[in-house]
Design a protein around this ligand. Structure first.
Ligand code: HEM
Ligand code: CA
Length: 172
């Protein structure tokens, strides 16, 4: 269990209780990567359109989320995550979705702060955004430029091995 809380310029709160999430109660690995630092200071997830992060985010999603939310986020015992209906409207923002993954919601949707690193949570958030198939106009998490190049997820699409980007294993 990490002992040093890191400060955050963004307000991270449990989506159900509104309680502030404890950034000291996280796994020791992956808590101060450049991506995590950028997210905690800006509230924007820099991994959203980064192919190197999407690939790892997919692996985490398949291991930690798809059992309840379906392989492409289509919904199973947990709600669909690839459409434009959200039980918690704040999930349309990077901060909101990250907070839901970190702190959990109701019932089976438990917190992930002791099973995923902060960096994993950003990666899996990016993958959830990538799975989105709803109207681009409702994709509040995309900026105007990202909306212009957005293409809905297609089953079976492939990524190159270790593409360049912030999560590249080869450090490109
Ligand atoms: C709710 C994401 C893992 C079961 C949610 C919501 C999100 C989410 C974003 C809120 C959806 C909305 O506002 O409409 C994720 C991610 C996971 C994960 C990214 C992996 C890191 C799981 C697992 C389970 C689960 C493993 C089952 C054991 C549920 C349930 C809800 C939910 C039942 C509804 C809770 C409520 O309405 O308060 N999840 N989830 N989730 N999830 Fe997950
Ligand atoms: Ca939904």
């Amino acid at each position: 269990r990490a002992t040093t809380a890191q400060s955050s310029a963004v307000d991270l709160r449990n989506v159900v209780t509104g309680e502030t999430l404890d950034l000291g109660d996280v796994l020791p690995e992956g808590k101060d990567t450049p991506g995590v630092k950028q997210f905690l200071s800006t509230g924007h997830n820099p991994y959203i359109t980064d192919a190197s992060c999407l690939k790892q985010g997919e692996q985490t999603f398949l291991a930690a989320c798809s059992g309840c939310h379906g392989h492409i986020g289509e919904g199973k015992i947990g709600p669909g995550l690839n459409d434009n209906y959200w039980t918690y409207p704040q999930n349309t923002t990077d901060v909101g979705l990250f907070s839901t993954i970190f702190g959990g919601a109701n019932g089976q949707m438990g917190p992930h702060n002791q099973s995923l690193t902060l960096d994993d949570m950003l990666q899996v958030t990016a993958w959830v955004r990538h799975l989105y198939t709803g109207p681009v106009g409702d994709a509040e998490w995309l900026n105007d430029g990202q909306k212009k190049t957005y293409t809905p997820y297609k089953l079976g699409e492939t990524f190159p091995d270790d593409p360049p980007g912030m999560c590249a294993k080869s450090g490109k």
